[in-house]
Ligand binder design. Structure first.
Ligand code: CAO
Length: 425
């Protein structure tokens, strides 16, 4: 079976998380992703949060599967010469350097487009044009600036960042979509284009429902929020909603059996209107089916604390898995709070390739998240991340078709890190 992006060549100039997430997806779909790294050091994440001495960190390995690695010093003229040769033969250049870095390398859009008009140049930056456009940005900064932190957490507490990497991995996903869209457009236009994703924009896109609520506030209190039922007035901005459901159906995280010792013995429970009667039967409150104080969604809103308190008395009598099995028999929407340990051990996720075991020459076997997007005619085969510079010679010889003399001259210059730099000699 051929891969969906077979034949697409990517000059992967990404580092840390946002850019590598994007190029890893493209690699999983079959693109030839050639990661250009600084000799001797490489992507900074290779050494960050190391758990095995001298082996690439899980931070790096889990974001850089199915890629090739070439080391190239872009501050060495020979290094830049090689890079320009790559620009000529690649379909896409992906980068997430700080603002201005690419221009300082001489890789301006104008020049790139002149040299290879079909090249798509895709970039992640922290912010789009505006007051913060020159800032360096990391995950949590984006979560804060994109509206996620101000709307996450409990009303009485400070803003919270979430564990999901919506700033980095979220923006990488957006960028990947931009790239394949530009590739498709190129099939008609014959031309490459720029694809820009700002992390603030990506986070805001994922917080779309909160901007919805901001506007609803102008027309009255947000009645699905717990604070409405508690009689707490709303301010000018969308408040933090704790674990309230973001949809129109009230939901809460409720304790299950074992919660006293297990921090994840909880279940998310949604009191969806169409299954209200089933909920009443399950928890043994048949009277609530007809009692006007409980029978309709608007009647329930002011007493959600009482209602969820009663449901919790019931969920506490069983494990989250028992509750899940039982509630699903009645189509009552719910979800167990799964720990990372439980997810890592979940058989069905292994079977679908969403959790995969990968072997690495230096660190041995480790678990990773495979491709969450399944294409029926282009299945993903997760391959280990490359060692630093593992494919430098291979790329110079087989991809760029340089002869031995040219490769020797490049190596001699120190541009690939194999020898000291000429300038330093
Ligand atoms: N050879 C030689 N030099 C290289 C090189 C190579 N192969 N690759 C990169 N460099 C140089 C660049 O030329 C740049 O040098 P100058 O500043 O002298 O021009 C330098 O490395 C540093 O690049 P940087 O500023 O991007 O790196 P940083 O560690 O200082 O900043 C980050 C990191 C992530 C804050 C910044 O890259 C950024 O804001 N990126 C955009 C937003 C983003 O993606 N953030 C998410 C990161 S994941 O949490």
């Amino acid at each position: 079976m051929s891969k969906a992006l077979e034949g697409v060549k990517i000059l992967d100039f990404t580092h840390v998380q946002s850019g590598p997430t994007c190029t890893q997806l493209l690699a999983w779909f079959g693109a030839d992703v050639i990661k250009v790294e600084r000799p001797g050091a490489g992507d900074i994440t290779r050494g960050q949060l190391r758990d095995v001495p001298d082996a690439d960190s899980l931070y790096f390995t889990m974001l850089n599967h199915n890629k090739r690695s070439i080391t190239l010093d872009t501050k060495n003229p020979k290094g830049m010469e090689v890079l320009w040769e790559m620009v000529k033969i690649c379909d896409v250049l992906v980068e997430n350097f700080a603002p201005g870095v690419l221009d300082r390398m001489g890789l301006t859009w104008k020049k790139l487009h002149e040299v290879n008009p079909r090249l798509i140049v895709a970039s992640v930056k922290g912010f789009g044009p505006g007051p913060y456009e020159d800032c360096k940005v990391y995950e949590n900064v984006a979560q804060c600036a994109g509206g996620s932190a101000s709307t996450t957490g409990f009303r009485e507490g400070p803003p919270l960042v979430t564990g999901a990497q919506i700033g980095d991995s979220g923006t990488g996903l957006h960028l990947a979509l931009g790239i394949v869209t530009a590739l498709y457009h190129r099939t008609h236009s014959g031309l490459g284009q720029k694809v820009d994703c700002a992390m603030q924009d990506g986070v805001l896109n994922l917080c779309r429902v909160k901007l919805r609520d901001q506007q609803r506030l102008a027309h009255g209190p947000l009645s699905e929020f717990s604070q409405f039922g508690e009689g707490v007035p709303f301010g000018e901005a969308v408040p933090r909603a704790g674990n309230d459901s973001g949809g129109g159906q009230p939901g809460r995280i409720l304790k299950c059996k074992g919660w006293e010792t297990d921090p994840n013995a909880y279940i998310y429970f949604i009191t969806q209107a169409p299954v209200w009667e089933a909920i009443c039967d399950v928890i043994g409150e048949q009277g609530w089916k007809t009692d006007p104080g409980y029978a309709t969604p608007p009647a329930r809103l002011p007493r959600l604390n009482e209602i969820f308190g009663r449901i919790e008395q019931w969920t506490m009598t069983m494990t989250k898995f028992e509750a899940m099995d039982l509630l699903n028999q009645y189509d009552i929407p719910c979800g167990p709070i799964l720990s990372m340990k439980e997810i890592a051990e979940e058989k069905s996720l292994r079977e679908t390739g969403t959790v995969v075991e990968v072997d690495h020459p230096k660190r041995g076997k480790y678990l990773s998240v495979g491709n969450p997007i399944k294409l029926s005619n282009s299945p993903t085969d997760v391959k280990r991340s490359p060692l630093l510079g593992e494919h430098t010679e291979e790329v110079l010889r087989d991809v760029l078709k340089f002869d031995e003399n040219r490769i020797a001259a490049i190596t001699e210059s120190g541009a690939t890190g194999a020898r000291p730099r000429v300038a330093a000699e």
